[in-house]
Design a protein. Structure first.
Length: 253
């Protein structure tokens, strides 16, 4: 059975002490919560807080992800953070191709593909984001857009490499807007993405790939989104900044 995953993308929020408070709140909440055994919780703080978030004990409540990584291996790339650095901190996951990075930092599918390669080379699991903007959905082009993002960002991988990839469908018009995709819209796109994977890597790989939904996911709508057969969890922005909301979402399966 493929994993259910709830990942919190803190984006560029929190100072050091605020991050510390949020982590303590999450741990406290988790101590009195029983998560389904098949649910993996992931926290993705900004780079400076990765080390304080990571816990290499076997019984840690959650795993840790970064929000970005360089597409280069090492060297004179001021301001960049390499996959090797993340690996040396024992970080498990990394978000790639988030729509904010595509829109504000010109991250193309080609760059996404190189970042994915770097992550896999250094034993991190990429959480690869895809999704259409509002005009594309209104023009009925959402499948075409997502197909291109998935094919160009991921389909150069071998089957073995691909089995480490997590996909997050995040319709851009639903991110931070309070406007969520309907459960039917989410299911339709997730099933489409799974069919693309099946076409390239076969049914067994497609069945094992976790496909997360992201975009204004909150405690009040998580249950109906996660009830869909092809929705395997969520990539949570705003609601992951409040421990109670984040854990409520994680228990919504
Ligand atoms: P919101 O949950 O704030 O809409 O953000 C979703 C997102 O972009 C997660 O990566």
């Amino acid at each position: 059975m493929r994993k259910h995953i709830v990942a919190g993308n803190w984006k560029m929020n929190k100072t050091f002490s605020e991050a510390d408070d949020l982590l303590n709140d999450i741990m406290e909440k988790l101590e009195s919560t029983t998560l389904d055994k098949n649910t993996q919780l992931i926290v993705c703080p900004p780079f400076p807080f990765l080390e304080m978030t990571s816990d290499d004990s076997d019984d840690s409540y959650f795993l840790v992800g970064a929000q970005n990584v360089s597409d280069q291996e090492v060297g004179a790339y001021t301001g960049e953070v390499s996959a090797a650095m993340l690996e040396s901190l024992e970080i498990d996951y990394c978000i790639v191709g988030h729509s904010e990075r595509r829109a504000y930092y010109h991250e193309t599918d080609e760059i996404v593909a190189r970042k994915v390669d770097q992550l896999l080379k250094h034993n991190l699991k990429p959480i690869v984001c895809c999704g259409e903007v509002l005009e594309e959905r209104e023009a009925g082009k959402q499948c075409e857009v997502v197909r291109k993002q998935i094919e160009e960002g991921l389909f150069h991988l071998t089957e073995e490499q691909f089995s480490n990839v997590i996909i997050a469908y995040e319709p851009v018009w639903a991110i931070g807007t309070g406007k969520t995709a309907t459960p039917d819209q989410a299911q339709e796109m997730h099933a489409f993405i799974r069919s693309l994977i099946a076409g390239k890597y076969g049914d067994a790989v497609a069945e094992e790939t976790s496909i997360l939904y992201g975009g204004s996911c909150k405690p009040s709508n998580a249950k109906e989104l996660f009830a869909n057969k092809d929705v395997d969890g969520g990539l949570i922005g705003g609601a992951s900044l409040k421990a109670e909301d984040f854990i409520d979402i994680a228990t919504a399966f």
